[in-house]
Design a binder for this molecule. Structure first.
Ligand code: GAF
Length: 372
């Protein structure tokens, strides 16, 4: 059954009606430029054909009812009670965070039934939470008839994720999901949030989900952000991307120097990848170099991700790297023999008593859009 049919069934069986508006919100893969967003640097993500689908139908009684095919039972709250609740727990804090953010900005929302289905794995570093937030944001716009520009929508869902979702994220995921065009990567300069569409020469990539669940609200991500802020402060720059490596070498301890080196080198790798794509050259070596830097300088990889990257190169990939925040999640593999790699990883992971990675072949055609 396709996602639209799954959503239709969910609505029928639980809300006894159909969805008035349906939004398809894509996951994202970051080609390169990791942990640079909150450092005023560069990234190059693209949206994929794995989605969170959000359906919505208005209600006249001021109640909000939420249901997801991944979670048990309907969650129900009135708009009135929502306004008195500063923080909610569980998955509903994301969609309700969008309601709270929009209401606080004076937008006219009312009660509604909201259903969510997805074929985007959660915790795999493919941005499932930002996809959910963007889907809910656009669904509310379409349903309640107000206009937000793309950059306003990005601001709303970024606020909802960091404030109500409790995740101290940068802007990478929100911008990638809201602003990417099909078959293009989005070069983002986070110093001023300017963007450029860069055509992609490949239609598909392989994503190997390590099945080590990563969570931004767990401490590692926040700690890296603090280390970068400390380094920038000691160097007297507003963001780490403005630092010079020789200055960092002279003034910082080893740990802060390595964090800085990752950010500066990663920014220049993004620029080289953009140049190479424009010239039709392979970009694999930059991806593999990015992984080494995330592993050794930024220290956000883990043994499962490292093993997948090493094996991918062994099976002919032109490049491979972890994607997203790290400490688990997925590896992006460009080229090579994905089937042989998958079989080999199964054997190797099982021999180490680890659950084998799951392979997803994704296309670069994702876009955020209304489908009904
Ligand atoms: C996560 C965050 F949500 C992004 O903002 C970004 O920092 C990324 O990790 C690392 O590049 O996806």
């Amino acid at each position: 059954m396709n996602l639209t049919s799954v959503l239709g069934k969910l609505f029928d069986e639980n809300f006894n009606r159909s969805a008035e508006v349906i939004i398809r919100s894509p996951g994202r893969v970051n080609l390169i430029g990791e942990h640079t967003d909150y450092n005023g640097g560069l990234s190059l993500p693209f949206a994929i054909d794995r989605y969170v689908m959000v359906g919505i139908s208005r209600r006249v009684d001021g109640q909000i009812r939420l249901l997801s095919n991944d979670q048990n039972g309907i969650f129900e709250i009135s708009i009135e009670d929502l306004l008195k609740s500063p923080a909610l727990g569980g998955w509903v804090r994301y969609p309700l965070g969008v309601f709270q953010t929009l209401i606080a900005r004076g937008l006219p929302l009312g009660g509604c039934d909201v259903g969510v289905v997805s074929d985007l794995p959660m915790g795999a570093g493919l941005s499932s939470s930002a996809a959910l937030l963007a889907g809910v944001g656009l669904a509310l716009m379409e349903s309640f008839g107000f206009e937000l520009s793309k950059s306003e929508l990005v601001e709303v869902i970024h606020f909802a994720e960091s404030h109500y979702g409790g995740s101290p994220v940068g802007y990478l995921d929100q911008m990638a999901i809201v602003q990417s065009k099909a078959n293009h990567a989005l070069r983002i300069d986070f110093s001023d949030k300017s963007t450029l569409d860069v055509g992609l020469p490949f239609g598909e990539v392989a994503i190997f989900d390590s099945r080590v669940k990563h969570s931004i609200s767990a401490g590692g991500y926040g700690l890296r952000r603090r280390e970068c802020e400390e380094a920038a402060q000691r160097l007297g720059v507003a963001s780490l991307s403005l630092a010079s490596l020789s200055d960092a070498y002279d003034k910082l301890d080893d740990l802060h120097y390595r964090r800085t080196r990752h950010v500066l080198n990663e920014n220049s790798r993004v620029s080289r990848v953009v140049d190479s794509l424009r010239k039709g050259l392979d970009v694999g070596i930059y991806l593999t170099a990015s992984h080494a830097s995330l592993r050794d300088d930024f220290e956000v990889s883990c043994k499962e991700l490292d093993l997948i990257v090493d094996e991918a190169l062994h099976f002919g990939a032109s490049g491979a790297r972890m994607v997203g925040g790290g400490f688990g999640g997925s590896v992006l593999v460009l080229g090579g023999d994905w089937e042989a790699l998958s079989r080999s990883l199964e054997v190797k992971f099982n021999a180490m008593s680890l659950v084998e990675p799951k392979v997803l072949i994704v296309s670069t055609t994702g876009t955020l859009q209304r489908v009904a």
